[in-house]
Design a protein around this ligand. Structure first.
Ligand code: FES
Ligand SMILES: [Fe+2]
Length: 371
């Protein structure tokens, strides 16, 4: 057997990439003048909205003695630590008051900062920017700016519906992501009598091309087994439907389906919570079914079913992974997973050396598999 036909050993490193935006919480769960706990990349955060509705994200640890801030008082503007009552501006983390200071003590209160993160609300989610770890400078770290805005869903008309779904997976970020881009599990995991059976398995051929920080499954007529496609067929001639799927570091999968003036667009993220836990958030926008009373529910139902099937599968997989088995990736079905690992290490290498990232793909590639 030629060497190339051997499966490739692949260990996941579970490394979580900093210097990117991550989804933290659904926006509709974060109300004004309230605080919520969230964890991203093992960093405990306190997230909330000020009295004008603007979201914020602070490290959930007081720069004085590390007390979690989420148990403190929040008046819609400043957050008061429950231990010694230091007060911080929630947007930039700047200290406003240290109650123990006497009037002749000259400590520069405004030079002290609780860690704060850039925070934006987009397409129904609160996004938080996680910067590269900075050298420790206890309590004096000014807020950093994010180099770019948080990702958003591409939309093709002014009016559209928006919905989200989420599921927690007890696996590390790598397994979460390669599970998301894995084309071969469909017939086995996503069976349903109203959808497909394992007998609908057939050979497929898809073209991929490199894009900055990721790869694209080039515009094509979608798989007859794809969920939005089945619904779109109710609207448009099958041949006029095209779909494009992108994967972009660190964790973004976008899918765009267009059929004439109708469109469906989604941005799915897999977010590292801890080293052994991730969360998948699917946010979709579409202009189909706006007139049809059950359309949104139908779409949500289909997606909820899929996400739940994936979640249950990864829960079982986590049992197997407990004992660190050897893993392998095969061609062509696992090629996207290989690209993911290669992109990740190329990104880290570029960061380490300061030189431009070397993309692992040199040009378009056609992959074949059965699913
Ligand atoms: S620990 Fe927060 S004020 Fe002292
Ligand atoms: Fe799946």
């Amino acid at each position: 057997m030629p060497e190339l036909d051997l499966p490739q050993r692949q260990a996941t490193d579970a490394l979580m990439l900093t210097g990117f935006w991550y989804r933290a919480l659904p926006a509709d769960r974060v109300v004004r003048n309230q605080m919520y706990k969230a964890t991203l990349l093992e960093i405990p955060l306190v997230i909330g909205r000020d009295r004008a509705g603007r979201p914020f994200a602070l490290r959930d640890a007081c720069p004085h003695r590390g007390m979690p801030l989420n148990g403190g008082n929040f008046n819609g503007e400043n957050l008061e630590c429950p231990y010694h009552g230091w007060q911080f501006n929630v947007h930039n983390g700047q200290c406003q008051l240290i109650p123990s200071l006497t009037h002749d003590q000259t400590l520069k209160v405004d030079r002290i900062y609780a860690g704060s993160h850039p925070c934006e609300e987009r397409d129904g989610f609160i996004w938080v920017y996680i910067p590269d770890p900075a050298p420790l400078s206890a309590g004096f770290t000014k807020p950093i700016e994010a180099p770019e805005a948080a990702p958003q869903i591409e939309k093709f008309s002014d009016k559209y519906n928006l919905a989200y779904l989420q599921a927690e997976m007890p696996v590390n970020i790598d397994h979460g992501i390669i599970g998301l881009m894995d084309p071969a599990h469909g017939p086995f995991v996503h069976q349903a009598w109203w959808w497909r059976s394992r007998h609908s398995i057939h050979e497929k051929q898809k073209n991929f091309e490199p894009i900055p920080n990721g790869f694209r499954m080039s515009a094509h007529t979608p798989s007859s087994n794809s969920a939005p496609y089945k619904l779109l067929r109710l609207y448009a001639d099958a041949d006029s439907i095209t779909t494009t799927i992108d994967f972009i570091l660190p964790n973004l999968r976008t899918e765009t389906i267009r059929a004439g003036k109708y469109w469906f667009s989604s941005l799915t993220t897999v977010t590292p919570i801890t080293r052994t836990q991730c969360r998948i958030d699917v946010v979709a926008a579409w202009n189909l079914f706006r007139w049809f009373p059950f359309g949104a529910e139908l779409l949500k139902f289909v997606f909820a079913k899929f996400v739940e099937q994936d979640r249950r599968t990864m829960e079982m997989q986590a049992e197997g992974l407990k004992h660190n088995p050897h893993l392998m990736l095969i061609d062509d079905a696992d090629r996207p997973a290989k690209w993911y690992f290669q992109l990740k290490s190329a990104h880290l290498e570029a960061k380490r050396t300061g030189s431009p990232m070397k993309h692992p793909m040199s040009g378009p590639v056609t992959l074949k598999w059965r699913s």
